[in-house]
Design a protein around this ligand. Sequence first.
Ligand SMILES: C[S@@+](CC[C@H](N)C(=O)[O-])C[C@H]1O[C@@H](n2cnc3c(N)ncnc32)[C@H](O)[C@@H]1O
Length: 284
Amino acid sequence: MKEYFPKHTFQNTTSLLNPVFGLQESQALSYIVLDKVFNISKTAIIVNDPFIPDTFQLKNYESIVQRLLKNEPIQYIFKEAEFYGNTFYVDKNVLIPRQETELLIQIISSFKNWEKPKMADIGTGSGCIACSLALSIADSQIVGYDVSPEALQIAQHNASKLNAHAVFSPLDILEDEIPHIELDLVVSNPPYVMDQEKQQMKKNVLDFEPPLALFVADENPLIFYKTIMEKAKKALKRGGVLFFEINEQFGKETLLLFQHYGYSEPKIYKDIHDKQRFASAIWE
Ligand SMILES: C[S@@+](CC[C@H](N)C(=O)[O-])C[C@H]1O[C@@H](n2cnc3c(N)ncnc32)[C@H](O)[C@@H]1O
């Protein structure tokens, strides 16, 4: 069996990935690949003691590098994504939780002094928002809804794995009512990418992430926002809050829609890249 050196394997992996990802991202990916496949940590790369991989590890390594070169997201390859300090199971049936969405959890958690809030998350996907809220807000009750049965299974799996008190149920928000009254909070990160934005999107998203989670028709890009604003009126209690993640292009329109549907105190929040990313309003 051949001996391998961690430093050389790392450099090799980085140069294989470099043409597609550039140096910085290739290095970040190489650290993960070496750790997951050969159990070689960053420190082990510095120490550089030789190791002897078995045939299975070598085959796995080659296949993972090839998949990465075809733009498959590393989160789908290893079936996990980090979100708000926890590791979520993900596969091709759910959107990979985005780093910017983490700020939504922070904004909601510190929005007010929540007391045993009842909440609903529409379009829950991996359950990242529902589980993170359940884990951050004491004594909260949250139901995550999705039209995709596969997503609901994944969300339930994540809740069990993380010991988060969230439950999940099927719902097509474009057809069904939200089956609650007197909720303290409705939150949604619905599909909001217009079909016409596809040209500017990266292959790793377009070729691998579920279209159902991403796209809306160009003619009605705010369909989910309008529908949820209308339906949440019956589900929220007076003083209840509606929170959205939004398409950065539609901040102003979202504020106008909140007014149109009779909500008060409409507000926009920017993400870490200074883009209009979240919106909230109160149902009085
Ligand atoms: C942008 S993803 C958000 C996933 C997750 N909440 C997150 O923030 O990572 C939108 C989600 O809405 C779901 N969805 C799409 N159409 C829907 C519908 N008509 N009713 C309910 N959920 C829907 C998709 O399956 C997907 O999981």
